[in-house]
Design a binder for this molecule. Structure first.
Ligand code: TYM
Length: 382
């Protein structure tokens, strides 16, 4: 959603144009993560995190309250998710890597929703077998990120609907069709599965409190495109006897082509976690950069890292060392390094990263059951 005069769009279904994140904070009514809040997170976590330092996690709802509660001894749980409509790309891993850090530092349970029902309703070209297959494939990526099995519950919506349904029916009764239309822009042509969907995405924000009968704060790490869901969820929370979920929101890893976010539906814009090294290198070597038309011009005038997708990849994942990042930025601006060389550096790191991730994905095949939310059935007393 963006205002009439804005030349970008951010909804759960579309991210396009040059996203103005300051404007989004205003439009969505979230809060900026400022220096003071960052320092507080570092103090409680016991270390810094580059995604916060570089303001790539930039916006939140209610985090200050969550940490007030935490300091009083009221711990929180984490909730995040994935809509399995295809392969996972590098951008999806950003909120998950940060979620893992939060889980490690704050020793929290994590509810991870795999929304095969959502993707079936919203993508008419996908069959039920396809969304089920993607659910399994994507679960391997989630596990490969390294979450703690004892504390992580992968919710496969179609398979585990019995765990979600009792809360779902209560949430759904509190959301009118006109609220859903206003928040999500639904039109009459939307199938009724899609219209019920926002109630179900709200459920895991209350699941821990419902199962254990203790009102527990929830923190949702995700990109800012999911915020409309949290507005609706927060709206119903207190009326159902739960806390409003808090969230911590990241910017988008851009596509490798000019404009927009990385999107699996545009294959050359996205490096998929399952890409073979040769293909990943090809995608990186074709990336949009802030370079000049000729090498001579670039040597003389320098290039522009501010608009360069390669530089953004360094910032998000591939150059965690600030000294190294500053150096390459300076070399770029001064024309000392050309785009081809810079892309080669990213391609090598990307391949290294993918090889490790793919090995972890292979190992995950033996361990899917360890993470299954089916375990929660034993905890639920009806
Ligand atoms: P999905 O599958 O579209 O996205 C999964 C997660 O990745 C984030 N994301 C990105 N982050 C950085 N750069 C990008 N280019 C990028 N593209 C997507 C999304 O914000 C999300 O965090 N409806 C959801 C599934 C869901 C969910 C949740 C997500 C259910 N419950 C709770 C987050 C939190 C979906 O389709 O996400």
């Amino acid at each position: 959603m963006a205002g009439k005069d804005d030349d970008f769009v951010v909804t759960p279904w579309e991210v396009s144009g040059k996203v103005d994140y300051d404007r989004l904070i205003e439009l969505f009514g979230t809060e900026r993560i400022d220096k003071k809040l960052r320092a507080r997170i570092y103090r409680l976590a016991g270390e810094k995190h580059i995604l916060l330092e570089r303001e790539l996690f930039f916006s939140h709802r209610d985090l200050k309250w969550v940490f007030d509660e935490y300091e009083k001894g009221n711990k929180f749980f984490l909730y995040t998710g994935r809509g399995p409509s295809g392969s996972v790309h590098i951008g999806h891993l950003v909120p998950w890597m940060f979620t893992k850090w939060l889980q490690d530092r704050f020793d929290t349970p994590l509810y991870f929703q795999l929304t095969n029902d959502e993707k079936f309703w919203f993508n008419p070209e996908l069959s039920i077998d396809q969304v089920k297959q993607f659910t399994y494939d994507n679960a391997l990526d989630v596990i490969a990120v390294g979450f703690e099995p004892e504390k992580t519950y992968l919710i496969n919506d179609i398979e585990h609907i019995d765990i979600l349904y009792e809360i779902g029916v209560q949430v759904a009764r509190k959301i009118t069709f006109s609220t859903a239309k206003a928040a999500f822009g639904f039109e009459n042509s939307m199938n009724i599965g899609g219209i019920w969907w926002p109630a179900l995405q709200a459920v895991p924000a209350f699941l821990h409190s419902w199962i254990y009968g203790t009102k527990t704060p929830c923190v949702i790490p995700c990109a800012i495109d999911q915020d409309p869901y949290w507005r609706v969820t927060r709206d119903v929370a207190e009326r159902l006897g739960y806390y409003k979920p808090a969230s911590i929101q990241n910017k988008f890893v851009p596509g490798l082509q000019e404009g927009g976010k990385m999107s699996a539906s545009d294959p050359m814009s996205a490096v998929l976690t399952t890409d073979k090294p040769k293909l990943a290198r090809k995608k990186v070597m074709n990336a949009f950069t802030g370079g000049r038309a000729t090498a001579k011009e670039q040597r003389e005038l320098g290039a522009n890292p501010d608009i360069c997708s390669v530089f953004k990849y360094y910032q998000f994942i591939f150059m965690p060392d600030d000294n190294e990042l500053n150096k390459i930025e300076q070399q770029c601006r001064s024309g000392e390094i050309l785009c081809g060389e810079c892309k080669q550096i990213l391609a090598s790191r990307m391949i290294d990263f993918l090889e490790k991730h793919q090995a972890a994905r292979e190992e995950a095949k033996e361990r899917v059951h360890e993470f299954s939310a089916a375990r929660l059935r034993d905890e639920i007393k009806r």
